[in-house]
Design a protein around this ligand. Sequence first.
Ligand SMILES: C[S@@+](CC[C@H](N)C(=O)[O-])C[C@H]1O[C@@H](n2cnc3c(N)ncnc32)[C@H](O)[C@@H]1O
Length: 240
Amino acid sequence: MAFVLSALALGIFGDPPRLWLAVIAQACGAALIGHWLKSDRWWLWIHGVFPIAVAAANSLQIHSGWYLAALLLFVLVFGPTVRSRVPLFLSSEPTIEAVSELLAREVFSQQPDARVLDFGAGTGSMPIGLAKRHPHQFFDGVEAAWLPFLRARLKAAGLANVRLIRGNFWDLDLSPYAAVYAFLSTEPMPKLWQKACQEMRPGTLLISNSFRVPGIEPSQVLKVDDERETELLIYRVKDT
Ligand SMILES: C[S@@+](CC[C@H](N)C(=O)[O-])C[C@H]1O[C@@H](n2cnc3c(N)ncnc32)[C@H](O)[C@@H]1O
């Protein structure tokens, strides 16, 4: 629809310098259509700003190879986001510390050989931070995006108690883990809880940074003293 509007605007306004009128018409038209279709407010901004940004970038006459390079970089970092709707953002240091204390208290004290997974490990800060704090326990991280995964692998070099796996977290069997840490988004939480209940042993923990499992009460909520005011929601897998 926005492109039809744009084509109409181009027909009416013609070539540059009036091309900018066509661009602005498309930006406004796309934002209005988004509003009409009840899109979230942040989408309206994207619809409005995107055509103007494209036209501005085009006027800079940058070699098209740079756009291809930027696209490749985006795919290597954010590729999995398109399907799983989980972007890359990282846990804070105080969050790593809080998870470490929680695991020591609730998991390692009863099960010294427990294994812990970071479900969508990003650049590996969580499993690597935990592995340094608990050299006698084992930590895995699974990550689908190539660049964050390679960065995590580099950072983990020399640590014998961290294993980083490149792949889709939905394909990983959760049964070996005493605790699974996830910092994802609202979208995958129902499916993750279902997977945890099917595969994890009763009494094991699903620790979710910020995102609740709809309809399930966490057994504990920990507030982390960091800039983001992180909330850790702790779900205990029950016998079903
Ligand atoms: C919000 S980040 C959290 C990173 C890390 N756990 C942390 O707390 O710092 C979520 C990560 O999940 C990854 N991800 C998204 N979908 C995935 C999938 N299907 N399989 C594996 N990783 C995925 C994203 O690439 C991203 O790096």
